[in-house]
Design a protein around this ligand. Structure first.
Ligand code: AMP
Ligand code: ZN
Ligand code: ZN
Length: 421
């Protein structure tokens, strides 16, 4: 008899679209009752587990006390860093990882934004298919006959013309990491016909502590240790089931983390008449329109005077940012230097706003914004360190590991070929 901890209500596909969250048969099982399956599990084909540790900056790697993750890296592969897409925020990056598309092509151009075309707002809870362009890897896999299961991922609750992961869990940050891991192990014990071949896991703790206490805080390193315990739980769970050598595991993060500083505030109102602009996002990633159609050239001239800030019209955004080809991108974007924020005297003069804490969203080539990449499994190169990888390359890598044909995307399979055995 198989009894594994779940604690999560998971949905099997296809649920009635209008009742997501209500159709879930809650499968809350006591963790103490965990038993291993009587017969060894034999996987039918390549199986991939994609794990995100939100906000795990590459800069934490050397100091992090993470024996489980570093064990996977030293037996398998890691990259010098995983470079985010612009803006270096959670939703644009997670969705680039699974689609191989830059935000200008997958449509999730920020964590939250107002769509200029429809006037609708996008935010973390938005599951409207209108916003989610491209084809995430779980949809590619499902459409080619593979079952998939998501233990959280941005976009995983969205219907793609009626297609979804066979199993998915509506986002609930209060579900303990341990239960998330146990859910993945439980899915791997399903019968051959039901077992997923692609699975995700997501941990937010490191990002959370980074925002609150800064990138070099003890709280961040404690959170890293705790996440490592979850990775250890997964690794030993796979070992106990004799699956560790049959499953390809990818561990990634979406972006790094950089501290604010009250000394690094660029005051836009010293240079620009705020009545001539409509500003949509502030601080480390600024987007704006001119208040009148003919006003943009004058606004750009004023913006060019702000020290420690680069501003571009949408058409002139440097190619490496891949941030122009979308109707959702505003007329101009401003990138402050590393650690700098754009603000106003009214907002930031109290001396408190940027005196502590940290964030991300800056230019993705900055050292502080780099994330991590670790891979381990039967198809992954052993004891190998790869040069920096871009988020958009992960989709082709996963398609190759799973043996499915990738949808059109912005990556190049050659960029990750060296990671494969
Ligand atoms: P960020 O500050 O951009 O790194 O965003 C991190 C936050 O995104 C997390 O703390 C969660 O609150 C939220 N988040 C992450 N994944 C999801 C998801 N799949 N659905 C809804 N919210 C999410
Ligand atoms: Zn994030
Ligand atoms: Zn964050």
């Amino acid at each position: 008899m198989l009894l594994l901890a779940s604690g999560c209500a998971f949905l099997t596909n296809p649920p009635p679209v209008d009742s997501v969250g209500q159709v879930a048969p809650p499968r809350v099982v006591d963790t103490q009752a965990e038993e291993l399956p009587e017969d060894p599990i034999t996987l039918e084909g390549p199986t991939v587990i994609l794990i995100s540790i939100d906000g795990f900056a590459q800069r934490y790697w050397d100091q992090a006390d993470m024996p489980a993750l570093k064990g996977l890296a030293s037996a398998g592969s890691r990259a010098e860093s995983l470079q985010p897409v612009y803006p270096s925020k959670t939703f644009p990056n997670h969705y680039s990882q699974v689609t191989g598309l830059y935000p200008e092509h997958h449509g999730i151009v920020d964590n939250s934004f107002e769509d200029p075309v429809s006037g609708q707002d996008f935010d973390f809870d938005n599951k409207d298919p209108y916003f989610w362009l491209g084809e995430p890897i779980w949809i590619t896999a499902e459409r080619q006959g593979l079952n998939t299961a998501t233990m959280f991922w941005p976009g995983s609750e969205v219907s793609f013309d009626g297609d979804r992961p066979r199993y998915y869990v509506p986002y609930d940050g209060s579900i303990p990491n341990r239960k998330r891991v146990d859910q993945v192990l439980e899915w791997l014990e399903l019968s051959d016909e039901e077992r997923p071949r692609f699975l995700t896991l997501y941990f937010s703790d490191v990002d959370h502590e980074g925002h609150s206490y800064g990138p070099e805080s003890a709280s961040v390193y404690r959170a890293l240790e705790e996440v490592d315990e979850s990775i250890e739980r997964l690794v030993s769970g796979l070992e106990e089931r004799a699956l560790l050598d049959s499953v390809d595991i990818l561990v990634v993060s979406d972006h790094g983390m950089e501290a604010f500083s009250q000394d690094k505030v660029a005051y836009i109102d010293d240079y620009v008449d705020l009545s001539t602009v409509q500003i949509y996002s502030w601080a480390q990633h600024m987007t704006l329109d001119a208040a009148t159609p003919e006003g943009l050239p004058a606004v750009m001239e004023q913006l060019a005077q702000i020290p420690n800030v680069r501003c571009y019209t949408k058409e002139e955004t440097p190619a490496y940012l891949h941030f122009s080809e979308s109707e959702r991108i505003r007329q101009a974007v401003c990138l402050p230097d590393e650690g700098w924020v754009i603000s106003t005297h009214v907002y930031a003069d109290d001396g408190e706003k940027y005196s502590s804490g940290a964030t991300h969203g800056w230019d993705p080539t900055y050292a502080s914004m780099q994330g991590i990449f670790v891979a381990h499994g039967p198809h992954i190169q052993q004891s190998y360190v790869h040069p920096t990888i871009e988020q958009v390359q992960l989709y082709n890598l996963m398609a190759e590991l799973l043996g499915v044909d990738p949808a059109n995307n912005d990556g190049d399979p050659k960029e990750v070929a060296e990671l494969l055995r």
